[in-house]
Design a protein around this ligand. Structure first.
Ligand SMILES: [Ca+2]
Ligand SMILES: [Ca+2]
Length: 87
């Protein structure tokens, strides 16, 4: 029980740091995909990367449409995070 109470705050800090690192990596990936630096990732910007993962046009368009919550045809950062979590 003592061990649990001592390690819980440490475990919490580690989990926060791990998640922060992941968000940094996701942000870096998003910024690299956002070639025109518009603040969102278009289909054209995503396709080369997703083609390299073996996805076809219809699969890419379906995936993006499913996560494009504001229906502007592009993924903003929050939509991109949801897109990655679902993939
Ligand atoms: Ca863009
Ligand atoms: Ca959008």
């Amino acid at each position: 029980m003592r061990l649990f109470s001592c390690t819980t705050p440490l475990l919490f800090i580690v989990l926060v740091l791990v998640n922060a690192c992941r968000i940094d990596r996701v942000r870096q990936m998003f910024d690299e995909l956002d070639v025109d630096k518009s603040g969102s990732v278009s289909l054209a910007e995503m396709k080369p990367t997703l083609y390299s993962l073996g996805l076809a046009d219809d699969e890419i368009e379906s995936l993006v449409a499913r996560h494009d919550k504001n229906r502007d045809g592009e993924l903003q950062f929050d939509e991109f995070v949801q897109f990655l979590w679902a993939s």
